[in-house]
Design a protein around this ligand. Structure first.
Ligand code: JFZ
Length: 441
């Protein structure tokens, strides 16, 4: 996978790609890193001994800060441990191909040098380093596609939700109240900010919007915003939350005419594949933003099997990290990234560029497919050593992906292809069996 060429990054003249060409790098990539980082990473979900429910990036709303009270966090934001190259290496070593960082979350604080705002890292924090610049450059250097998440909701801006915060729209307490000034925020602040991000940081892989649910934001704005972005960077991919087409909490595309290139199911994996492009985003514990009180970490095994499950259904996996207020990934996250890297290094052939399973989901695991091969991902090792593929086919050959020289015996039993496996599972997360099909199967 050569990601630097997919966006025509090195060409001074931007080629306009067809939709399939434009989506190609993203469809092949399968695995990306979400990063929720901002001044909310300082309190980490806790205020005076009280812990906020849900995602810690919502603390301003959930624990009832006034704007003034919350502004002490930008003044404290000095993440001296932040090292863009290290972050990008950790993503890359895990097998991730792109990074989506929160340029601005709902709290309104901007992580880059924004000329249309003083509520940014250059003017309101002692750190005074353009984090987006450092990360985008580190990504380019290491061949990772740089992308950003951007909140339409803004609890700080007086023309958005800031004027009446915390009683206005925050926490989705009242989604029907609109700020009559909101179109000005949209035109003179939101759009110029996104334009800065699309102009000053090289090629942007994905713009990942969020906050589309507020009543202030209209489907007309959504469609216009989509075109506005494509006008600046024609090959950028934009998620469905740019418009109001999501089907409620499922996060999938609704019927009708809505802008957006892919669906965004959140914290869940759909039961079956979906016709359109989609990406499941997920946390490793229960919070997007840094929340040390949340110890409910998903295991590396579960997270890796989630990746396989998602790829077997034709989707992408965007796995979240919530770095702390000093700029460090939590050790639990680092450990999981490393374990996933061990698995993807050995088995990545069955993941990157693979397509959804052409067969029904088996009881013992998942299938992916690529270039005339079927990859059987075995989660539950059969006790009798016989892996049953529910097809009447005689393959050309079957091996362990990790050991191509040992051929596995295959046989048709009761009309099903049956593969004889070694006694013990070579990989306790998922062992991949590589099956070469006959040309017409
Ligand atoms: C949003 C944010 O509020 C949250 O803080 C985080 O950034 C997450 C990735 O996105 O939360 C949502 C958005 C959409 C749904 C649920 C939570 N949804 O569609 O189910």
């Amino acid at each position: 996978l050569n990601c630097s060429s997919c966006l025509a990054q090195t060409n001074s003249e931007v080629k306009k790609l067809s939709d399939d060409e434009r989506m190609a790098w993203w469809r092949d990539s399968k695995f990306g890193m979400f990063i929720h980082w901002g001044v909310y990473s300082i309190p980490g979900g806790e205020r005076d001994g009280k812990i906020c429910g849900g995602g810690a990036e919502w603390i301003m709303d959930k624990l009832d800060y006034t704007i003034e009270e919350y502004e002490k966090f930008p003044a404290m934001f000095n993440p001296v441990k932040f090292n863009a190259d290290e972050w990008v290496s950790m993503a890359k070593d895990a097998g991730m191909k792109y990074i989506v960082i929160t340029s601005k979350h709902h709290d309104g604080f901007s992580l880059w040098d924004s000329k249309v705002s003083d509520y940014d890292i250059m003017d309101s924090s002692p750190f005074k380093r353009d984090v987006i610049k450092e990360l985008s450059e580190a990504c380019k250097k290491q061949g990772i596609i740089f992308c950003f998440y951007h909140s339409i909701v803004d609890w700080h801006h007086p023309q958005a939700q800031g004027n009446l915060f915390p009683n206005y729209n925050a926490g989705q307490k009242d989604q029907t109240v609109v700020n009559p000034e909101f179109p000005k925020y949209y035109e003179n602040y939101l759009k110029p900010q996104v334009k800065e991000l699309l102009t000053n940081y090289g090629d942007i892989g994905v713009v990942w919007f969020d906050g589309d649910w507020i009543a202030d934001y209209t489907t007309e704005m959504g469609k216009e915003f989509y075109d506005f972005i494509r006008e600046i960077q024609p090959n950028t991919i934009i998620n469905n939350r740019v418009d109001k087409g999501r089907k409620g909490m499922e996060g999938m595309d609704a019927e009708g005419n809505f802008a957006g290139d892919f669906g965004t199911p959140e914290q869940e994996i759909p039961a079956t594949g979906i016709d359109s492009d989609w990406e499941s985003c997920m946390t490793m514990n229960g919070s997007w933003g840094y929340k040390p009180s949340d110890k409910k970490w998903k295991s590396s095994k579960r997270l890796t099997q989630n990746l396989i499950d998602i790829v077997s259904k034709g989707g992408n996996f965007l796995l979240n990290i919530g770095p702390d207020g000093l700029g460090q990934f939590p050790p639990e996250s680092v450990e999981r990234l490393k374990a996933m890297g061990v698995w993807t290094r050995e088995n990545g052939e069955s993941i990157y560029g693979a397509s959804a399973s052409p067969y029904d989901k088996p009881e013992w695991g998942r299938y992916t497919a690529k270039d005339g091969f079927i990859y059987a991902h075995v989660f539950d090792w059969p006790e009798d050593g016989k892996l049953v593929i529910n097809r009447t086919i005689k393959p050309r050959q079957a091996t362990l992906l990790s050991d191509p020289y040992t051929k596995l015996k295959t046989k048709l039993i009761d009309g099903n292809l049956t593969i004889h496996l070694p006694e013990k599972a070579p990989n306790n997360i998922a062992t991949v069996i590589k099956i070469k099909l006959m040309p017409n199967d």
